[in-house]
Every structure is written in C-alpha cells, then in structure tokens.
Design a binder for this molecule. Structure first.
Ligand code: FES
Length: 562
C-alpha cells in the first residue's frame, strides 16, 4: 500500500477513517478547491507575516510566488501562519521565543496534511526556529529567506541597519552627533522591507541555510525588494514539489558534514556570534554536535573572505552583486565536504562545478588574498568559562587580544543601565567591564553583551574596551567582547563569583578567559549561591525549567535528538 498523500495524510481520528476523509474534503470544498486540485500532493507554506515584524513586510508577495511555483509543478499550495518574531519588538528578548516558534513550526508541519513544506523566514530568530522545527518534523522542507534590506543614504553616506545604528548612537553618546541629526538618521537606517542590511545574524543564518543545502543555491543574499527574490520564491515552490518525489528529508541534508561546512562558511563570512548558538541548536535536532576544539580548528584553517559590515566595509546588496554564497563556497572548495546533498538532490561538488558568471573581488576575496588569514569567531575556555565562551576576533581590536585588567562588575541589566553613565563610576580604559545575569536562565539571553563604553570614557575618545558577559551580542555589533560565558552566572558559574577589582585575563592566542582568583576563593564566594526562583506559570516557567546553556544551543532539553 502506498503512503497517503496530500489531504489524505494524517486524518483526524474519529474512529472512522472514511468519514474523516469525507469530512476533510467537505471542509476543503468550502475553500473553493476543485476535485482536481484536491487529489494533488500538498505543499505547505509556513508564512510569518506580522505587523510587529518589519523585516517580513513583503511576506504576502513571497507566499504568492511560492504558490505559483507549487501550482505550476502540479501540486496544491497551502499557506499557514506560525509565530513570527520581529527582533526589536519583543521583550525581554526575541531569543526567549525562538524555541516557542520552533515548537510551533514543528508541530504545525507535522500535524497538518502536507507532503513538503516551504518555510519563509528571515528576521534573526526565524530561520533558526524554522530549521529546528523542520529538522525535528523531518518532512521534506525548503527554507526561503525573505532577503536583506537595501541601504539608505545620509549626507552622502550609505546607511544600513544595524551596524550604522550602533555607530551613530555611539557618536551621539560621545557628543559627536547632535539630537537633531540623530532624529534624521533614525528615518534613514531601515528604508525597505527585508532583514538587516549587513552580515548580521539574519543574513548569516540565510547563508548557513544555503550552505547546509536546505535553501536553493544562490538565494541567500538576494535583496528583499529585488525581482530575483520573487523568482527564488517561485523556484522554491517548484523545488518543493520535486522534493516530494525525491523523498529527501531534512535529516539527509542536515548532517555532520553539512554542519561542518556551515561552520566553515560562518568563519569565512566573519558572521554573527549568534549563528554558533543557532547552528548548534539546529544540529542538535539531528543528533550532531561539533565540539569546541573542532570549532577552533575550523576557525584557524578558514580565512575571512567577505568584506562586509560589521567586520568590514560592504553591505548585503554588495555581497549579492559580488557573487554571494556561491562565490564563497567556490573559494573554500578544498576545505569543504563535497558529498553533502542539497534539496535538489545534488552533491555540493555538482553544485560547485557550475561556473559563476562573475565575482567582485573587492567584496569576496580569493582564498590566497583574504581579509584575514583566520576565521572570524573562536571559542574560549578558562577558569571564568569552564564550558566555553565565544569571541568574535574579526570584530575586535587586535591591541586588546592579549590583555589583563581590573573587573568593573555590573550585577545585571538594571544595574548596568543605572550605573554605566554615572560620572562617579570607578572605571579606566584598561578595565574589563563585566555583566552578570544576562544568560539564558537569568534573562533569556538578550543581546546585551555589547556593553556601552561608559559615557565619561566615550566622551574622552575611548572606542573599545574588553567587555565580558553571559549574554549574546547582535550580529551587527563589534568590539572586544567575550560572550556566552558558560555556565552562566544565574546557575552558579564562576562568573557569579567575580567582584569589583578582581583581575581578568583574556588571551586570544591561548583561546582563554581567566579569572585570576584562586579556585578555593571562587568556591568560597559561591558557597551560598542560590539561583533566582523559577517563574510560577506559563511559557516563562517552561523556558526556565528546560533551557540548555549556550554551549548546547539554548534549545530545550526535551527537544534535542536523543
Ligand atoms: Fe529583523 Fe535585524 S531586525 S533582521
């Protein structure tokens, strides 16, 4: 007997299968679907429009284009909504809701009758959540990114969210930009639909999806407003129908080898630190784990090839015009696993055998003339982070790579905002700013790791300092910043023991971060440590009880593959 297809899949259980089928078809008729289409395979389209998500403003036309492709290939498209996460519209942080969206996506893909699914996402947490959900549902799936924004213009300068948001705000804090100008800049930073215009988390994750092989080749970097984005959507619809025939499932595409390729591309992009957490969580859904030593080996072997903000100069529209992910993959070819399979059933070797039309070498450098000879991100370990921390060396100040300083401690986010600009704050440019209690358990792990330079130092011209925390950092941010310290302070990690005046040593050469306090003293300070209470109800209670540390992707313990 062949497996049921389309609307005959997963019938509602009333104890009478024929009645369930009859009832479902009757209700499908109320949507005006013909008998002919009712007999076709079904492609679900997981759509994520929301008026709280500016990056997905053009979702409607993408859904329409995917539907066109599905119909043209002889199947029935069915769009359905899932949770949408607009990065800057969520409190305490969108990160807390990535797992909620992943559960929503997984369950709706599994529960509804579809033979394949096209997942449309883009804003920071949405592609990770969709890939986590798709990997667990393991229904044939294609990821379609909404695409990046175009840049705006301000007094002859190109502006792109959100690296330029940060640099202008830093200049405003330092007194170099006035209130009137910052109000004008506010209108010019995010001028079209689409995801942030630089190689932040959203674009990094779109490039990772293309590298994994779960998005169509050449699609990650197409600007949101470009007609090619609609063609990519139509083509994704067609490819989803072909996928039904191929029976290729996410766990055949997301494998140890494709995840290693994705980590390599992440390094070559100088991509977002957040991508490490998300890729770890996606891989965890299919039982793949990349140890920190392997991550560092990949980083040390892989040059940064892409000259884009926040690390370099260009914007995503330049990356698209320069050749996109395909050009990067071709440069990295000798380092990649070439036998991975993509959604079209081709090996990476077959994909890369196709010639590229042109590559702009000012944006995507050749392997032997890189932006930097080593990868953008490394993992650190040491007495302050026994289970690891992440450092974006590509976005840091090399003069601070080997440094030791006095800790200036903030106990949490409130304490940070209350005191960072206090003129009486005892701080010098050589100190280490320490933020505690911003990890997954304490606060949902917000992007608070980009601690502002204290106002009095910013006004004196200080541009960077060593800053450390158990928080994350926006993919669009930059600085000498140690993130994701694990275990976090709120579960009694050594970070909880740091006191003002302690010495902290960062060594990029040794990939270490150490609290220079005797171990016995650290233990003594933590003797009476107690974690904050679990919230009494709802999703926040589930989150606190189940969330794993950053080194495990911050997934829920009951969602990872056994
Ligand atoms: Fe959506 Fe940056 S706010 S990608």
């Amino acid at each position: 007997m062949t497996d049921p297809q389309g609307f005959d899949r997963g019938l509602t259980n009333y104890g009478d299968r024929d009645f369930a089928r009859f009832l479902r078809r009757s209700f499908a008729r109320s949507m005006g679907i013909s008998s002919n289409l009712l007999s076709k395979p079904v492609v679900g389209i997981a759509m994520t429009p929301s008026e709280f998500n500016n990056c997905h403003r053009h979702m409607g036309e993408l859904v329409e284009a995917v539907s066109r492709g599905v119909l043209a290939a002889g199947a029935l498209p069915r769009a359905f909504p899932t949770t949408s996460l607009g990065e800057v519209f969520l409190t305490p942080t969108s990160m807390m809701f990535r797992n909620l969206m992943a559960i929503d996506t997984e369950e709706m893909v599994r529960a509804q009758p579809m033979d394949a699914v096209v997942l449309i996402g883009g804003c920071d947490k949405t592609i990770p959540a969709q890939l986590m959900g798709a990997a667990s549902a393991n229904v044939p799936a294609i990821q379609l990114a909404v695409g990046p924004m175009m840049t705006g213009r301000h007094r002859g300068q190109r502006l792109g969210a959100c690296t330029d948001c940060r640099s202008f705000w830093a200049r405003f804090r330092g007194g170099g930009v006035g209130a009137e100008e910052i109000a004008v800049v506010e209108q010019r930073l995010a001028v079209t639909t689409g995801t942030c215009a630089v190689m932040g988390t959203a674009s990094t994750m779109a490039c990772i999806a293309e590298t994994l092989g779960i998005s169509l080749p050449g699609t990650a970097a197409i600007p949101a407003v470009h007609s090619a984005r609609l063609l990519a959507a139509e083509e994704s619809g067609r490819a989803a129908v072909a996928l039904i025939g191929n029976k290729l499932r996410p766990d055949q595409i997301i494998t140890l080898k494709s995840v290693e390729n994705a980590f390599r591309v992440l390094m070559a992009l100088g991509g977002s630190t957040n991508a490490i957490i998300h890729l770890t969580a996606i891989a965890g859904r299919v039982g793949v784990r990349i140890p920190m030593d392997r991550l560092n080996a990949i980083s040390d072997e892989t040059p940064v090839l892409v000259d884009l903000k926040p690390v370099g100069e260009g914007y995503m529209e330049d990356f698209f015009a320069a050749g996109g992910v395909g050009a990067v993959l071709r440069e990295l070819r000798p380092l990649l696993h070439l036998d991975t399979i993509d959604v079209e059933g081709r090996t990476l070797a077959q994909r890369l055998d196709e010639p590229l039309e042109w590559v702009d070498r000012s944006v995507i450098r050749p392997f032997d003339d890189p932006v930097s000879t080593v990868g953008g991100l490394i993992a650190l370990k040491g007495s302050l982070a026994p289970e690891g921390a992440i450092f974006k060396r590509a976005a840091a100040t090399p003069a601070l790579f080997e440094s030791e300083g006095r800790a200036v401690v903030f106990e949490g986010l409130e304490d940070l905002s209350d005191r960072i600009d206090d003129p009486g704050l005892d701080v010098t440019p050589n100190d280490v700013l320490v933020l505690k209690n911003a990890g997954p358990h304490a606060a949902g792990m917000p992007e608070a790791g980009y601690l502002p330079i204290p106002k009095k130092l910013a006004q004196a011209g200080v541009k960077d300092m060593v800053r450390i925390s158990d928080a994350r950092m926006s993919g669009t941010a930059f600085g000498t910043i140690v993130l994701h310290i694990t275990p976090e302070a709120a579960i009694g990690g050594p970070l909880a023991a740091v006191q003002n005046g302690d010495r902290i040593r960062l060594s990029v050469k040794n990939k270490s971060i150490d609290l220079l306090v005797p171990e016995t003293e650290i233990r003594e300070r933590l003797k009476n440590f107690a974690s904050p209470p679990v919230p009494p109800r709802g999703y926040q209670a589930l989150y606190r009880r189940s969330v794993l540390q950053a080194s495990e992707g911050c997934d829920f313990d009951f969602l990872t593959a056994k």
